[in-house]
Write a protein that binds this ligand. Structure first.
Ligand code: BGC
Length: 741
């Protein structure tokens, strides 16, 4: 029997089995729904924040006005509350317990932006699997993750929570995270439901200020902001969350076009849509709803199924249905979506967490996986004179506020981390190099510290050492929700500290731990080596120390550009060329006195920052080097339904084994709407031994090279294209190809 003749019938049988399982579930849902009162239905649409086994909460559960609880994370409490729902309500519908498990529950992994720097879906999937196992063992069966907001403005604090600026990279890693959380079977007690958030366009907040308004033309929404959500929906993400922001004047919680026409209509999504925290109620200050009653009416009509801590549905839906302002069909559909989630999670059969096997935290294998993640997520940006890895027997001065920051190395959204379990870089370096070879003088106490009191001691330590390692960055609280910054350079006196350390005349290695892409031009200029890590979590210490000492080789690549100066943001590689692309750049100090108006050549750049980022999207060095041969195409043209393969030979030309990320970029040279100068269309991460080569092959489908027009139709336009296979978005030579009619 050949493989095809075996696989096809098996796949058909499996899909028939799934269809009948779905039909059985739907008929159970219909049956339950037919027995529910209006009050019981509305109760299912209400999500409250928990506060333990408190009489008031128990009373609300008994009264049937709670469908889900977020933020209770003690398995015994969860079971007691669940028992009330199952045993003391008329229909015994279980609750679903939720929590923001964003980059780990107890074992904290690098923040999602850091995980994106791994360009390795396996790392992301494994982190999510471990998070799911830990969280489910505490009773949590639903996480509000992954955040799939494309973020191109580093001022926005929530850039920390997503996978960066690129729709393709975000789609691939978002799907990996969904798979990690949900596993093969959502009903498995160690699986948790994922939540694709925030739907949609939240990352486009004007000026990077959180919750701010967005203006997004629909074709840009469809080309840039929606693809990761579509990918997550296709991958079976069990829930979605709508965003706080408005798009073009319509808050997402009241955006029928987004929530119904696109998500349900075009994409056929049948999961649950939860509001963001109070986002229904917030349509009042937005100026979209006159009062909470109208907000409830608009939200349910738009397609929000569950009201998170907004009290809109529970206060007003009954009267709205009875008065005919809201249809029973809309309520029934929302309840169906909630019940479907509970069935899919297996909660009707198995509502309780297994207390005998609860709280499975910090397993050795989880800590090892977290260490490997740190190693893959840090990006080597500069390494003059191969100052890294550290040579054997060196004496190092360890400086900086992030060297021993047990709390802050965990980053934003790590509610459940245990600070005492964090291993810091200082501890790990002492272990690897021997305490006598490590002189510690932080210089400043915390990232915002403006005092220069500790500078003298730090400089003295630097003078005594062979190599200076400065651990700088941001405290956890300087990024994440509602923590945007205008100035994205190092806070406090850290910039001055680095300049001071440079005076020691010793090789200076600067290691960042941040919650965002930062403007580091001045710091990098005085550093011999720069290792850029985002907040790296529980095992930041061992992971970073392994990289510094060479026990591990850096392989992270930037998931966003790094700007030269704060004022360049928003900045991203997939920009348009403009009619006057930058050339002949004359910077501010080179302009003649009383120079004429046109003296700088009239092209598109800043007088003080020039053009482009300090480091491009996709950039990252290794302790070895890689050579890229010219890409070879299977054909130089293809039809609109066709594909070509692109093969590129990559060779490790250095003396160490290392991993490289080969990236495929494409440019559509002329479009009926202007296309970006480059767009990522594929990538592959792989390891090569010294001297070893590998042919990396990508399949380029013409269908993936289209874009949306003003009428929202998707077109693949014939014409000239270029492609690159390169180690970052600014490297490589273009190869031409065509799409023909
Ligand atoms: C955030 C969401 C989060 C929710 C629940 C909101 O403030 O925007 O991302 O999931 O709170 O904690």
């Amino acid at each position: 029997m050949n493989l095809k003749s075996f696989i096809l019938p098996a796949a058909l049988a499996l899909s028939a089995l799934c269809a009948s399982a779905d039909a059985a579930m739907e008929s159970k849902i219909d049956n339950l729904l037919s027995r529910m009162t209006l009050e019981e239905k509305i109760g299912q649409l209400n999500q409250l924040s928990g506060y333990g086994y408190a009489p008031a909460m128990v009373g609300q559960i008994k009264a049937g006005v709670v469908g889900s609880i977020l933020n209770d994370v003690d398995p015994v409490t969860v079971n007691k509350l669940q028992r009330v729902a199952v045993d003391s309500t008329r229909l015994g519908i279980p609750l679903v317990f939720a929590r923001d498990v964003i980059h780990g529950f107890k074992t904290i992994f690098p923040i999602p932006l850091g995980q994106a720097a791994s360009w390795n879906p396996a790392i992301v999937e494994q982190g999510a699997r471990i998070a799911a196992d830990e969280a489910s063992s505490a009773g949590v069966r639903w996480t509000f993750s992954p955040m799939l907001d494309i973020a191109r403005d580093a001022r926005w604090g929530r850039i920390a929570e997503g996978f960066g600026e690129d729709p393709y990279l975000t789609s691939v890693l978002g799907v990996a995270m969904v798979k990690g959380y949900q596993g093969d079977d959502l009903a498995n007690p160690s699986s948790i439901a994922a939540c694709a958030k925030h739907f949609a366009g939240y990352g486009a907040s004007e000026s990077g200020k959180d919750y701010n308004t967005t203006w997004i033309p629909e074709m840009q929404l469809r080309d840039v902001y929606l693809p990761p959500f579509k990918a997550a929906a296709d991958a079976g993400a069990a829930t979605f969350m709508c965003s706080f922001n408005d798009i073009n004047g319509v808050p997402s919680s009241g955006n029928r076009h987004l929530l119904r026409d696109i998500l349900r209509g075009e994409w056929g999504y049948d999961g649950l849509m939860v509001s963001d925290w109070g986002s229904i109620q917030q349509m009042i200050p937005h100026g979209f709803s006159a009062d909470l009653r109208q907000a409830a009416e608009q939200a349910i009509a738009a397609g929000v199924d569950m009201d998170m801590e907004g009290y809109a549905f529970i206060s007003h839906l009954k009267e709205l249905v009875e008065s005919g302002s809201v249809s029973m069909a809309d309520v029934d559909n929302a309840v169906r979506n909630v019940l479907r989630l509970k069935y899919r999670l297996g909660l009707f059969d198995n509502p309780y967490v297994d207390e005998a096997n609860a709280n499975r935290f910090f397993l050795p294998a989880s800590l090892d996986a977290a260490t490997r993640a740190v190693q893959e997520c840090a990006i080597l940006l500069k390494n003059d004179n191969n100052v890294l890895p550290l040579k054997k027997g060196v004496k190092v001065a360890v400086i900086g506020p992030m060297a021993d920051a047990r709390h802050d190395q965990n980053g934003t959204w790590s509610f459940d981390m245990e600070k005492d379990r964090s291993v810091t870089p200082l501890e790990s370096l002492r272990k690897l190099l021997g305490s006598k070879n490590v002189i510690y003088a932080p210089g400043v106490k915390y990232s915002r510290d403006r005092s220069t009191e500790g500078f003298a001691e730090a400089l003295d330590a630097a003078r005594q050492a062979d190599v200076v390692i400065a651990f700088v960055g941001e405290e956890a609280v300087l990024s994440g929700e509602a923590h945007s910054r205008v100035d994205i350079t190092l806070p406090g006196a850290q910039k001055e500290l680095l300049q001071e350390l440079a005076k020691a005349g010793k090789p200076l290695v600067t290691v960042y731990q941040t919650g965002r892409p930062m403007a580091i031009a001045q710091d990098a200029a005085v550093s011999d080596a720069v290792l850029y890590s985002y907040h790296a979590g529980t095992m930041a210490g061992p992971g970073l120390a392994n990289l510094l000492t060479g026990a591990a080789v850096p392989s992270g690549h930037l998931p966003t550009v790094l700007p030269r100066m704060s004022g360049q943001t928003p900045l991203y590689y997939a920009h348009k060329n403009t009619g006057r692309p930058a050339e002949g750049i004359t910077l501010i100090d080179d302009i003649d006195l009383e120079a004429g108006q046109t003296s700088t050549g009239c092209t598109s750049y800043f007088l003080d920052a020039g053009d482009g980022p300090l480091y491009p999207f996709g950039y990252g060095l290794s302790y070895t080097t890689f050579d890229y041969a010219a890409p070879v195409l299977s054909a130089s043209e293809m039809g609109p339904d066709g594909s070509i393969t692109v093969t590129c030979r990559v060779t490790n030309t250095g003396s160490r084994e290392g991993a490289e990320v080969a990236q495929l970029y494409v440019r559509d040279m002329v479009g009926s709407l202007i296309r970006p100068v480059k767009e990522l269309k594929g990538f592959e991460k792989f390891s090569l031994k010294p001297g070893e080569s590998r042919d990396v092959t990508f399949t380029l489908n013409a269908a993936d090279l289209g874009f949306h027009l003003l009428d929202n139709s998707y077109v693949v336009e014939p014409g000239d294209f270029q492609l690159w296979v390169a180690p970052n978005s600014a490297a490589g030579e273009p190869v031409a190809f065509k799409i023909v009619k």
